[in-house]
Design a protein around this ligand. Sequence first.
Ligand code: SAM
Length: 303
Amino acid sequence: MTTKTSESMVFSRRTLLRAAALAPLATIPVLARSQTGTAFTPQVGQSGKDVIWVPTPDALVDRMLRMAQVTPDDFVVDLGSGDGKIVIAAARDFKARSLGVEFNPDMVSLSRRNAETAGVAGRARFEQGDIFTFDYSAATVVTMYLLPGLNLKLRPQLLKMRPGTRLVTHQFTMGSWEPDDSATVENRPGYLWIVPAAVGGSWKLTTTEPRGANEGSVAFSQVFQQVTGTSRMSSMEGRLRGVRLTGDRLSFEAMDERGMLRSYMGRVSGDRIDGTTQSADGVMGQFTATRVGAATPVDAGRD
Ligand SMILES: C[S@@+](CC[C@H](N)C(=O)[O-])C[C@H]1O[C@@H](n2cnc3c(N)ncnc32)[C@H](O)[C@@H]1O
């Protein structure tokens, strides 16, 4: 396992270095003053605290932010923000508030100047800091172009973020987490994950429709956003079908008390789920689920 990880790290560093070699010169920003007052020229491939600097190509930046469906209501944080291009694009093209966290102070100064030049200094901010200690919990979108091992190291923190937070990476995945979406632009992959609500455990289910109310139970098992489960309604037991969890939105199909499939679509809020339901013969109703016992922490999956 260790060997496999270190082999893939070496491979990933090579991938990043190859990307550095291929990065068009046009992506290298203009001269900036360094912290010491001397001229600072960023070099693609220059070393960084945990990973070198290689900028994400413009077209992929745009695609990553579109995959995350960034709007003016979002707060976009780029972890290891380099010259600030993702942060600036989020503010300029999507009118979001945005923040770059970058360890290299010269890159932070450069980013601030780039934001001023782009006319978005009011919405796009930059902080010098370490992504492993910086508090970015208020973000609604987190972007990353790091390394596989760094993505894995960030997973516990990312998993604690508010359900619905979008995580977008360039090039590298989040270990065994199944992406919610992906795209390839100019041969570079981008991936999206949506932080799921914690639904693991047992729930009491109450369904109300014009024909009356019924009580039953459901139980969910969860690995990141992948959910499976079982249900019991009256004497009818079975596996849940088509379970889908996107942030705090949960939908599934379960066998009802008459042995027919019923669909459920609801919103998870802590230990409660509220939503609508539809029977196989088209009768609409409402449902509420309340968790019985403690929530099962979300299983982050294998590396
Ligand atoms: C591959 S570059 C990506 C730059 C930018 N996000 C982009 O996609 O264009 C990674 C950046 O992370 C920065 N970095 C490395 N380790 C860091 C750490 N522990 N905390 C903050 N920034 C870090 C590097 O200086 C570099 O600018």
